[in-house]
Design a protein around this ligand. Structure first.
Ligand SMILES: *Cc1c(COP(=O)(O)O)cnc(C)c1O
Length: 364
């Protein structure tokens, strides 16, 4: 039996993507072998690879000015690879901190070059930084000469999300690991988008990078060839062996997104799921509390707390008994976190909301 999976990442995959993988596992399109066993230079795999690149481009409406790369190493590799490529000696880059992942990106960039804190919405709570909101554009103290400005579009741990992106003169770099393809965006305004695939695009193993071609061309050459974006752009991300099975599964996920009707339809589906969830929280303010500022609420990770940490734990454990799994808040934050990524079915959210009602009545 499949459970209601609210895992924060890796997370739920569309059933149809898994079923197709199952059906094709032993014999991929009549080739007599699994896609895992094919050469990455063969026509069978190349077709899969090109379908993923092409579908990403059309679903995200990526203009010709941008390359799409499929890399490895996760978002963490990008924390280093972005400054390695885009930050030259004598330059500095601006970072906006809105959560744990942007802190990590900032700290790693310090190992590469000169970086500056342009804004943080963190507040000190008992020696820990806690983030409850997205800054207003007027709060960003940007360096006009910054090599780029880095933001995190959705804060997976704290449950906040940029509703619109800041308009910056400097190239805008966005970590979209936890909300890529959850809504239509204007790629033309963004210099570089990166995302570990394991939340909305597929399984772990690939990292999607959408990058302006001039940044690829002008990237630093005094770094190892493998870490240059230009190396992978030139070879259509086939410079070395890609994680072929992850790319294949992403193909299946992208087919599912296409079948839903594209990103506008996905956004509508996600909006409905989270509307139901936030309404359930707001309906019992004495029992469920979302610590996030209302205008900053995420459509991908909904966080809330109960009156005590003991009740948080009881909620998570009893939910698990009802096949509602993956609800424990991040270890650094606590409380409850409901990840409502693309593949999480509205019916799963409905089941959770029914459980929330029962639990509040029994424990309030
Ligand atoms: C999950 C996540 C990461 C970490 O991704 P890895 O692929 O594990 O390196 C980074 N940033 C954000 C916003 C995330 O949600």
């Amino acid at each position: 039996m499949r459970v209601h999976n609210f895992n924060a990442g890796p997370s739920a995959l569309p059933l149809s993507a898994l079923e197709l993988a199952r059906d094709e596992m032993l014999d991929f399109e009549g080739s007599g072998m699994s896609i895992l066993e094919h050469s990455h230079r063969g026509k069978e795999y190349e077709k899969v690879h090109d379908e993923v690149l092409g579908t990403l481009r059309s679903l995200m409406a990526v203009p010709d000015t941008h390359d799409i790369l499929l890399l490895q190493g996760g978002a963490h590799q990008q924390f280093a690879q972005i400054p390695m490529n885009l930050l030259s000696a004598g330059q500095s880059a601006d970072y906006v901190l809105t959560g744990g992942w942007s802190e990590r990106a900032f700290e790693e960039a310090k190992n590469v070059g000169s970086v500056r804190l342009a804004c943080t919405t963190g507040v000190d709570v008992g020696g820990k930084q806690v983030y409850r909101r997205i800054p207003k554009a007027s709060e960003l103290a940007l360096d006009p000469n910054a090599a780029y400005v880095h933001i995190t579009s959705n804060n997976t741990l704290f449950g906040t999300q940029w509703q619109t992106f800041p308009e910056t003169k400097q190239p805008l770099v966005i970590d979209m690991s936890s909300d890529i393809m959850s809504r239509p965006i204007d790629v033309s305004k963004i210099a570089l988008i990166y995302a570990g695939a394991q939340k909305n695009v597929g399984p772990s193993g690939i990292t999607v990078v959408v990058i302006r071609k001039d940044l690829v061309a002008n990237g630093r050459k005094d770094i190892p060839k493998f870490f240059r974006y230009s190396t992978h752009a030139k070879e259509r991300s086939l410079y070395n062996t890609p994680p072929t099975f992850s790319v294949y599964l992403a193909r299946n996920v992208l087919r599912w997104i296409t079948s839903l009707g594209g990103l506008a339809a996905v956004e509508e589906r996600n909006r409905k799921k989270t509307d139901v969830l936030y309404a359930a929280i707001d309906a019992r303010p004495e029992f469920y509390r979302c610590p996030v500022e209302r205008e900053s609420r995420s459509r991908m990770n909904v966080v809330f707390t109960l009156p005590t940490p003991e009740l948080d734990d009881k909620f998570v454990n009893e939910a698990k008994g009802k096949s509602l799994v993956g609800l424990k808040g991040h270890r650094s934050v606590g409380g409850v976190r409901v990840s409502t990524y693309n593949a999480v079915e509205p019916a799963s959210v409905d089941a959770l909301v029914a459980f929330m009602d029962d639990f509040a009545r029994a424990n309030a």
